[in-house]
Structures are given as structure tokens and as C-alpha cells.
Design a protein around this ligand. Structure first.
Ligand SMILES: *Cc1c(COP(=O)(O)O)cnc(C)c1O
Length: 453
């Protein structure tokens, strides 16, 4: 039996700044466009939705942005998060590779999402806002924002994709425990929701629809702003604390990753762990291979187009250049609800195009299989989303074994799976299928992408 090795950073070594990869890009991001005029939008266009501090972070070219003291104080409750050397997993695989993982499941909500929820709640509260509206798929983001809202005295309303609302009553209960309110989407509370229900009263909902509802509430209420849990530059900025801590922890371990892996829904936990390492390489330092892993049933980077698209189904958002399956694409149901989004973060998409990130798609059965191997070796049950990263880490470790190489692999364990045990039951009972996406529906959705000159 190999010993557990845990790298704990002392609190005073917690990063004082977030890292903004925009400062190190060899080619800048494409502008965000107004869908009506096709012209780049300015900070004022986003002011109805976000506080100015977050808008300025969205477009900032500064490499380091200070983490405000009240945010650091909340982070201290669970940060720095531990980095583990997965010695028992290495032994189980009989691989010469070294496998490390950063455990983001130790946060109060059980995932990496509070890293940005707390920051967003802070900046909104500071600008005098009293209410936030948002959407959630599987419920991870809704519960993270409800937690952050409780700390900064904000009323949080969450539009939750209806199928998940019905399937995951405990996530809803968690949001309500933190004082948030949770509405199944599509709902009758917004024009966007009413339009969907008029044509499809039994609509199961989607993340794209729920975003339309949450954005509409913020756009039509002066006291309410909108909060997004992934995709946007400021979200990836806040998540950079994961990779920055990992860099210090690798110094403690006297090691450095050859490969950095994260699962990718909107791209925030992947960007969070990988960008500090990619940035090091962009500045002329050590290069890593970074792998972003998406579900084969929602293959945004590996099967989508790199094009301007809306962030929501109701087309209320500006246009962003990103990998997309089209804003009307409905991925088949699978258990990693946090990975069922049609688009990818513009920053991740841009770095894929620049050849700095390798995208990869994996199915849910091999992912759950990897989740079980990991749980039986390391004791932690990964969230269904995180099992995609575990699968890829194991695959790379097995490749190392075949090639007789002792590479160093780092992956992000984005969350624990304690609210997803019914998915594990389905896997253990042999009830999970590896559905392919509907090729015709994807072709149709891609043919409907907005035309940008
Ligand atoms: C939401 C979520 C994801 C996917 O979102 P990203 O923005 O791509 O990180 C992954 N893992 C967990 C545990 C999540 O809750």
C-alpha cells in the first residue's frame, strides 16, 4: 500500500492576485458583437447585466488582478485546496507516471464554482445590488451562488433546467437551505419562458433557455443583476486561483506537470487549473500539454464550429466567437449535467485554435468506470463531470505505462459526486447508455448560426 501524499499550502501562501491570461495571448481575443449592428459592444452595453468592476475584468489586459480582502477571507474557509499525489491510483494502474490531482470538492457547495460565485457576489454587493438572477443545469452553480448570496446579503433567484429540477431535489433543497429560490425553467415568469411553453408545454428545458430567463429578469429589473457560472473571461479569471495554488504546491513537491487535464462544460474549471501553466509557456517558460475533456454527447470543441454565436436560446445575449454546437442544439440527456452546454468559453476556444489546448471527447460509461477506479483507490467519489478528467488522466497514465515513460500528470477534480449517487447507481446497475448526439439536429442547429460579416 503506497502512502498518501498531500500538499497543503499554508494560508499565507494563498495567491494574492488572480491571473489573467489575456495579458499573455500571442493574438488578442476577437471582440464581442452587438447582434443588431454587428459592431463591437462597449462596457456600457453590459451595464444592465453586470456591475462595472466585473465588466472591466472581462476586458482587462492586466496580468494580475488583486483578490479583494473580503473574498480572500471567504476563500480561507476551504482554500488553499489540497493537491494530492495519487499514489494508490498509480499503484492500481501499475504505471510509471506520476498522477496528481487538485481537489476542488472541498468547498462548501462541493465544487470549484464558489471560487467565482463568492467574487461575483462581493462585487455586486459592493455596487449596491440587492438581487441576483441566474440559471443552473445540474444545480452546482445555483447552490454555489446561493451560498455566496447568503454571505453577502443578496437575494438569489435560480432558474433550474426543468428535467434537473425534477431529477435532483437535493440540489434544489441545498439552494433553499442557503436562502435562494429555485424556479423550474421554462417558467411562466418571463417572456422567454412563456414563448417556449406556448409551443412546447412539456419542454424539459435547457441551459440555453434558463439563461434567457435569468438574463431577461436582470435586464428588466433595476435592482437585479445577472451572474454566469462559466464561459466569461471574468469567471475564468476567478478560477485561476486553482492553477496558481497548484504551481506553488508543485514547488513544494519539487515536480512540474507535463500534462494538465480538466473536464470542460463552459471551460471554467479547466481554464482555472490550466491557464497559469499555459501562460508560463506563452511567456517563454516551461510548456505543458493541456487537455480539455468534453462529453462525446455534447462535443462542442471536437464537433462544433468556431463561429460567432449567442450564449442563450432566446438570443438575448451578445455574440461571442467560440466553439459552438449552435444555440438551439439540445444535447441528449446524460448524467454530467454541468457539461451540457452548447458553447465553450471564448478564451478556451481561442487557445484551442492557437494550438495551445488539445480538446478530447469521452463517453459517460468509460468516464464512470474511471470514477469507480479512482474512488476505490483514493476514496473520493468524483462528480460525473469530473470523471471525464479522471478518465483522461487514467488513459494518459496507461499510455505512459505502454511507452515506459514516467510523465507527470495533473488533473482537476472539479467536484465530489455526493449529490449524484443515483447516476452511480445507474452505472452500477448497467443502465447507462452511451448516446450519440443527433447528427441531423446538429447540422440544423449549425446551419442556423447567426451570419456575421
Ligand atoms: C459546472 C461543473 C463543471 C463544468 O463547468 P466548467 O465551467 O466547464 O468548469 C465541471 N465540474 C463540476 C463539478 C461542475 O459543477
Amino acid at each position: 500500500m503506497s502512502d498518501t501524499i498531500k500538499y497543503i499550502l499554508p494560508e499565507e501562501k494563498m495567491p494574492a492576485n488572480w491571473y489573467n491570461i489575456q495579458a499573455d495571448l500571442p493574438k488578442p481575443l476577437a471582440p464581442v458583437l452587438n447582434p443588431g449592428t454587428g459592431e463591437p459592444i462597449g462596457p456600457d452595453d453590459l451595464a444592465p447585466l453586470f456591475p462595472m468592476e466585473l465588466i472591466m475584468q472581462e476586458v482587462s489586459q492586466e496580468r494580475e488582478i488583486e483578490i479583494p480582502a473580503p473574498v480572500r477571507n471567504v476563500y480561507r474557509q476551504w482554500r488553499p485546496s489540497p493537491l494530492f499525489r495519487a499514489r494508490r491510483l498509480e499503484a492500481a494502474l501499475d504505471t510509471p507516471a506520476k498522477i496528481y490531482y487538485k481537489n476542488e470538492g472541498v468547498s462548501p457547495a462541493g465544487s470549484h464554482k464558489p471560487n467565482t460565485a463568492v467574487a461575483q457576489a462581493f462585487y455586486n454587493a459592493e455596487s449596491g445590488i440587492k438581487k441576483l438572477s441566474t440559471e443552473t443545469g445540474a444545480g452546482q452553480w445555483g447552490s454555489s451562488l446561493a451560498f455566496a448570496g447568503a454571505l453577502f446579503d443578496l437575494e438569489v433567484r435560480v432558474f433550474m433546467v426543468k428535467v434537473s429540477y425534477n431529477q435532483k431535489p437535493y440540489r434544489r433543497a441545498l439552494m433553499e437551505t442557503y436562502g435562494g429560490s429555485c424556479i423550474p425553467s421554462p417558467s411562466m415568469e418571463t417572456e422567454a419562458g412563456r414563448q417556449i411553453l406556448k409551443y412546447d408545454p412539456d419542454s424539459p428545458g435547457s441551459l440555453g433557455i434558463a439563461i434567457s430567463e435569468a438574463v431577461e429578469i436582470a435586464a428588466t429589473h433595476d435592482d437585479t443583476k445577472y451572474a454566469l457560472g462559466s464561459v466569461l473571461n471574468h469567471v475564468l479569471l476567478h478560477q485561476s486561483i486553482i492553477g496558481l495554488e497548484a504551481m506553488s504546491q508543485f514547488e513544494m513537491a519539487d515536480d512540474y506537470p507535463d500534462i494538465v487535464i480538466g473536464c470542460a462544460g463552459g471551460g471554467s474549471n479547466f481554464g482555472g487549473i490550466a491557464f497559469p501553466f499555459i501562460g508560463e509557456g506563452l511567456r517563454g517558460g516551461r510548456k505543458v500539454r493541456s487537455i480539455a475533456v468534453e462529453p462525446s454527447a455534447c462535443p462542442t470543441m471536437t464537433r462544433g464550429k468556431y463561429a460567432y454565436d449567442f450564449g442563450d436560446t432566446g438570443h438575448l445575449t451578445p455574440l461571442m466567437l467560440c466553439h459552438t454546437l449552435g444555440s438551439t442544439f439540445m444535447p441528449p440527456a446524460f448524467h454530467a449535467g454541468g457539461l451540457r452546454y452548447h458553447g465553450m468559453a471564448p478564451l478556451v476556444s481561442h487557445l484551442v485554435e492557437l494550438g495551445e489546448i488539445e480538446p478530447r471527447a469521452v463517453h459517460q460509461n468509460p468516464s464512470f468506470e474511471a470514477g469507480l477506479i479512482f474512488a476505490r483507490a483514493e476514496g473520493i467519489v468524483p462528480a460525473p463531470e469530473s470523471t471525464h478528467a479522471v478518465r483522461t488522466a487514467i488513459d494518459e497514465a496507461l499510455r505512459c505505462k505502454q511507452e515506459g515513460k514516467s510523465e507527470t500528470i495533473l488533473f482537476n477534480l472539479s467536484g465530489h459526486g455526493h449529490f449524484d449517487m443515483s447516476a452511480y447507481s445507474d452505472y452500477l446497475d448497467g443502465k447507462l447508455t452511451d448516446q450519440d448526439y443527433d447528427h441531423e439536429a446538429l447540422a440544423k442547429s449549425l446551419s442556423e448560426l447567426p451570419q456575421v460579416g
